[in-house]
Design a protein around this ligand. Sequence first.
Ligand SMILES: Nc1ncnc2c1ncn2[C@@H]1O[C@H](COP(=O)(O)OP(=O)(O)OP(=O)(O)O)[C@@H](O)[C@H]1O
Ligand SMILES: [Mg+2]
Length: 345
Amino acid sequence: MTGHPMSTNNRPPGPEAPTRIGFGMSRPGHDSAGSDTPDDAEPGPQTLPPDARVDLARERAETGIDEVFTSLDADLVGLVPVKTRIREIAALLLVDRARARFGLSTSRPTLHMCFTGSPGTGKTTVAMRMANMLHRLGYLRRGHLVSVTRDDLVGQYVGHTAPKTREVLKRAMGGLLFIDEAYYLYREDNERDYGQESIEILLQVMENQREDLVVILAGYKDRMDSFFVSNPGMSSRIAHHIDFPDYTLAELEDIGKLMVAAEGYCFTPEAQKTFREYLERRKAQARFANARSVRNAIERARLRHASRLMEMDRPVSKEELTTLAPEDLRGSRVFAEGSAETPST
Ligand SMILES: Nc1ncnc2c1ncn2[C@@H]1O[C@H](COP(=O)(O)OP(=O)(O)OP(=O)(O)O)[C@@H](O)[C@H]1O
Ligand SMILES: [Mg+2]
């Protein structure tokens, strides 16, 4: 059971042990590496007798992962298949912990994942929630997220790649390493590309240190698929593939409302309509990036709103300070004729 989160607590069994169902696992704020401190009152985990019962609902409540789900639902519009997959993974890990209590699990499940989807579909945001969840479940010691791209891992010159990759891995240990556009690590046309060296190191660590690091590869689905074809070693180490669909117009609108409210603003009813029209147009244009484009649009609207208020040259009310009007959106290039080629917002 080496490396299993439950094995991090290796004190001898306490006297009342057989009736004790708690997992005695690392919890948020408690570094599992410090589990050998004798004054930490909890008894160590031991194998339960075959006729014991584990209360899964209680175990789940004790981890605090329901808070993660609640904020996922409150903060993220749509993404129903993604949220479902995260719940499934949580269930799998809770059951894995319960099985370990009966001495049934022999090794920790592989948790490396692949997040595919267009830009701005919430991959990085969900990865951060995932890190938090895995930490609460005791599968990640620190639960932080280190987000990198090829440039952070691969050097320009011979001998530079290994130290760069190892430095990133060192920073990510105990947490989640998120590799954005992971397929850029592999250059099909150049077998001597330094990216290959980085891939080799990653593969090794993904296998040998998987009890202390979870890797998420992210990017467009089609490119990721061909990356896996060329790198079967990577493919075989990924346990969960999660696809992030593009947002519908209604979802983009809801995301916008959520973001506007979170910043302490609101749309006038007319501005709400203009916003919808903006999204319709923007969605059809080049470099549309889902929720990221929505965020950018709102930031630009706030800029125009601020300039508009400054130009009024009179005292302004609280309502005026918080209300976005149609003209704050209309100023966008998205509404200009022939704007299809180079929208910026
Ligand atoms: N479903 C959603 N509900 C509300 N906000 C969202 C949602 N999805 C994404 N966002 C917001 O949109 C922005 C972009 O999201 P994020 O960075 O997670 O996307 P991404 O898929 O990682 O994009 P990229 O591929 O460009 O890195 C963030 O500010 C995030 O909070
Ligand atoms: Mg991202």
